[in-house]
Design a protein around this ligand. Structure first.
Ligand code: ZN
Length: 485
């Protein structure tokens, strides 16, 4: 499996803010602060020139967060200045990644800055790049904006956001936001900072819907697969997701398929509904990348609609992605190949018998998705739990049933958060008790090594087939030739 960086950025408060926005009267909505951005894309300088106007009811200093300066963001903010609405300069202080604009009186403020791009080709789907032919960026690399978390903490509504973008002649803009009359409308601060924005003259746009929810797929450049092959994988991932876990938890989904450089293959969910896919030059749309695309789609549910432990949102998501892909293709051997690959990676993780997946996450152990337990052991945990539930219930229940109950639980909470102990209770209950509880405590709660034989057995429980690990000596087929008479 290629090194694929995958990072869903969580925007858990979006639905809560939406509900808040809907609950307020039109008059109250008018009192909400507004934040309007005008972006001009200037390819020859590899820059965006950005002007913003923020109205506010409360006087006092305004604190804005800058895009992350480190890799893979790939952008630098320069020349940020601010004025009041009449054009009088306001003092700006930069401390670390925050800009503080001193504005004693209330009323609108304006600020402007240049955003320089360090890369012509994005370092990955979470990065940013601009050259003479295209723009691709995760929006948190673009906007200097009030921090959504500070609004959540005080239960204040984030300003109503509008974004207008001037692109070079002939370029087509693709964003993860709703748009109307040339304006793009991020639903909240999380949505503003957790989306993708891309523009180019040569995007090929595909619009379709799955289970009543529209999705847009924008593809540019050529790779060794057809657009229709990618459209089919995206459609299947959404359809299989809906069948397993219920309605798509977003009003619409945007996929942006962009060209990357060698060795930088990646996909990510930005925010809750915007998926970036960056391909390296020689990539094929075969098992690994189709599996990744399923994985990113399933983040709409796990990582989007539900926030929980990383071993679940990454590892179990990876298992579901593998199983749903294999079911779609009717190739159980693909599920086996991905599980055995995970097992091989798992064996190479040196801390596997020293740390639980939660320990690893708490200690911020670094590495890509082949080097971390939350991915590799997490995927195997998904397989083993699914198999144990099926075995214990004689096939009447699966891990999908548990996942649906978790999603229902998360939907009741504004934080969307479900705790590990709650997942355990539900998984054990769905699986009928003791055996599943013991498996959980050993695999999720413990550090004892996993054996390859239990992977093979679990695959048998899930697929009904015996799928041996690769490289095992095959039982030789003996061709018996009828003897000549
Ligand atoms: Zn992921």
């Amino acid at each position: 499996m290629k090194t694929v960086l995958c990072r869903p950025l969580h925007g858990a408060a979006v639905p809560a803010l939406l509900m808040l926005a809907m609950a307020t009267t039109a008059q109250a909505a008018q009192q909400r602060d507004t934040l309007v951005y005008d972006l001009a894309v200037v390819p020859r300088r590899a820059q965006l020139v950005i002007e913003a106007r923020l109205t506010r009811a409360e006087p006092g200093a305004v604190v804005l967060a800058a895009p992350p300066g480190s890799r893979p963001a790939g952008t630098t903010v320069a020349g940020l200045t601010a004025t009041d609405d009449g054009g009088s300069p306001l003092a700006v202080r930069r401390t670390g990644s925050a800009f503080t604009i001193e504005a004693a009186s209330s009323g609108a403020i304006r600020f402007r800055y240049r955003l320089s791009f360090q890369r012509r080709v994005a370092d990955g789907s979470t990065g940013a790049a601009l050259d003479s032919t295209r723009l691709y960026a995760a929006t948190r690399s673009v906007f200097v904006a009030p921090e959504p978390a500070s609004y959540r903490k005080t239960s204040r509504a984030y300003p109503i956001v509008r974004v207008r973008v001037a692109v070079p002649a002939g370029w087509r803009l693709v964003t993860g936001w709703e748009s109307e009359g040339g304006e793009h409308r991020p639903a909240s601060g999380d949505d503003l900072l957790g989306a993708t924005i891309a523009a180019a003259a040569d995007f090929r746009i595909y619009l379709d819907s799955v289970a009543g929810k529209p999705f847009l797929l924008a593809i540019r450049g050529r790779r060794y697969f057809t657009d229709s092959a990618l459209v089919a994988v995206v459609q299947a991932s959404l359809r299989r997701g809906v069948e397993a876990f219920g309605p798509i938890p977003a009003a619409r989904v945007t996929y942006t398929s962009e060209l990357g450089r060698k060795g930088r293959s990646s996909g990510s969910l930005e925010g809750v509904a915007s998926i970036g896919l960056v391909w390296e030059p020689s990539e094929l749309l075969e098992l690994p990348r189709s599996h990744d695309t399923f994985h990113e789609t399933l983040h709409l549910w796990f990582g989007g609609a539900i926030e929980t432990e990383r071993w679940w949102t990454e590892g179990v998501t990876d298992y579901f992605a593998a199983r749903l892909y294999a079911e779609w293709k009717q190739r159980p051997e693909d599920l086996a190949a991905l599980c055995y690959e995970s097992y091989k990676n798992y064996l190479a993780i040196e801390h596997r018998t020293r740390m639980t997946m939660a320990d690893e996450n708490r200690r911020h152990v670094g590495g890509d998705n082949t080097e971390l337990l939350v991915y590799r052991k997490g995927m195997l945990a998904g397989l083993l739990l699914d198999a144990a539930i099926r075995r214990a219930t004689a096939g009447r229940a699966t891990l999908d049933h548990a996942a649906r109950r978790l999603l229902a639980m998360a939907a009741e909470r504004s934080s969307r958060r479900v705790r590990d102990s709650e997942i355990r209770s539900i998984v054990v209950e769905v699986g009928g008790g003791g055996t599943v509880a013991r498996l959980w405590d050993r695999v999720v709660g413990g550090v004892s090594p996993l054996a390859q034989t239990e992977i093979t057995e679990a695959l048998r429980d899930v697929t009904g087939r015996t799928l041996d690990p690769p490289g095992q000596p095959k039982r030789r087929k003996v061709l018996r030739v009828a003897p000549h008479r």
